[in-house]
Design a protein around this ligand. Sequence first.
Ligand SMILES: [Zn+2]
Length: 398
Amino acid sequence: MASPLALAVGLGLGIAAFAPGADAAPPAIAPPAIAPGERPAEGSTEAELWYGMDRAEQELRGLPQVERDAALNDYLRDVLCRVAGPHCGDLRLYVLTVPEFNASMAPNGATLVFTGALLRLRSEDELAVLLGHEFAHYRQRHSLQQWRASKRSSATLGTVGLATLGAGVGLVGGVAQLAGMAGLSGFSREHEREADALGLEFAAAQGYGPDAGLALWERLAREEAATVGRRRHPVFASHPETEARVEAHRRMATAAEAVPPLDLVAERRERYRAAIEPFLDGWLSDELTRRRYAASIQMIGELHADAPPAWRGRTAHYLGEAHRLRRGEGDAAKAAALHAEAVAAADAPTAAFREHGYALRAAGDAAGARDALARYLQLRPDAPDRAFVERDLEALAP
Ligand SMILES: [Zn+2]
């Protein structure tokens, strides 16, 4: 949801200082929507913007955080192409392994989706609305308008900015810079409202549910509410007030005339689950590296409640880990209950047995602790902490 300009920022092109803030006024005259296959006129401001984006994309392609799994990429690209229609051939999609809610579409068609966003979506319908929103920013040339506005408001800086873009500055090292990009720049509120409305329209035209945006934003709002008083969720830095956005989605969902049949929605939810299932363990593990446990507990807690039975060993384990790592009042007991729930499920990660074992030890159940720790070592012969766990097992011997 970050401005495509921020893509260049994230890639070290050094234009952060020239990007206007979230309240920047849009220009009076909006350019026409970009046509399929259209390229900017040579020597135009738009051509310079594209040049910078092309360079940033080249560098992005080589990053180790790009998820190259063919099945996942094919699936996401298929949904993107449904929403973007005849523009499909102009767009390239990149999945970045970053545990933040974010997606963007640069003016040159480079589309980024963070794995943190994929983990927070529940269905193909929500994915279509998210991609539709980014496609709307692209199709309406919002970045160009923002870029022109920033040049008008600070002519000198604008010139320097373009020079910097043209020169290209260094390769980006880590994913931290990319993850930070959501907060660096933003579209105007008017552009966000337009992208919300158009995105929903593009998705609905392909038969996706008009209430998918509402469900998504209500869920993100609950995660935001869980972090009040802590660091704000990055996605909200570049977007209108969450409540206003939720209300707008509610109005649009209520006004929609065509609602897809429930069995079709269910089929698409299953398709979405099947696409992300192979990554669930890794993405949940990545989520905990943010060390924002209140948000993670809210987010994984909802995922655990919504999860199909085949996922519940994993969702219980990582929800348990979020509680264990937070160390707040009552967290140890909640973690113990969740790890016990996890080990009873068929898809329990092996680490769940270790955590269950230590929770039982803390509760004074030596025999239960021995069983769980022995099971952990049995399931994971190459466990990196084998020596430590064996020592603890010996100490627990009767
Ligand atoms: Zn947006």
